[in-house]
Write a protein that binds this ligand. Structure first.
Ligand SMILES: C[S@@+](CC[C@H](N)C(=O)[O-])C[C@H]1O[C@@H](n2cnc3c(N)ncnc32)[C@H](O)[C@@H]1O
Length: 176
């Protein structure tokens, strides 16, 4: 279900990635990249992409997708769900598409995102906020999601509705 023709029609990967404003100097982490549905589109725009997942099988699929798309600026990293093995303050954007609700260790991972993000970096969380007919998944309540992530030292800058999704753009809170 994560990479098939129905999803490509209903959720074309370029449409969502265009909304994230990735530029050619950016290092972008796709946390919970799954089979790499968005990776070629991110790789087209960013300087470096770090594709992270807890599942070895998903990372293998993602790697095959990137090779097929002939993108050479993507690194692959397995996570234990709590850490991302990259340098402090080295990442411009972290994105999670329908992943945040699956992470069990939210407090720890938010701390890790604080560590790896540059001071002006952005955390982009994409979750379903409306029910769909063909594609479905757990629906998140925007107020609850905002409160939880702000509790981890971020500040909501913008909530952009897109199809069934909400794109939540967070920056580091001033006191971090
Ligand atoms: C619903 S899929 C979304 C995949 C991809 N973002 C997409 O939109 O196609 C969720 C992904 O998150 C990964 N995942 C779940 N818990 C995770 C965790 N704690 N840390 C990293 N990845 C996780 C799963 O292995 C899976 O690949």
């Amino acid at each position: 279900m994560l990479d098939n023709w129905i999803r490509r029609i209903l959720q074309p990967p370029n449409q969502l990635i265009e909304k994230i404003d990735i530029n050619s100097k950016d290092t972008v982490v796709d946390f919970g990249c799954g089979p790499g549905y968005y990776l070629p589109e991110i790789a087209k725009r960013a300087k470096t992409v770090i594709a992270v997942d807890i599942s070895t099988e998903m990372l293998a699929k993602a790697q095959a997708k990137v090779v097929k798309a002939k993108k050479r600026n993507v690194q692959f990293l397995k996570t234990d769900g709590k850490s991302v093995e990259t340098l402090d303050g080295s990442v411009d954007k972290i994105m999670l598409v329908t992943v945040y609700h699956e992470i069990g260790e939210n407090e720890k991972i938010l701390k890790e995102f604080q560590r790896i993000l540059k001071p002006e970096g952005k955390l982009v969380i994409v979750e379903m906020i409306r029910k769909g007919h063909f594609i479905s998944g757990p629906i998140q309540k925007p107020d609850e999601l905002k409160a939880e992530i702000e509790g981890g030292g971020f500040q909501l800058e913008q909530l952009l509705p897109y199809k069934l999704f909400g794109l939540f753009f967070f920056i580091k809170a001033k006191d971090q």
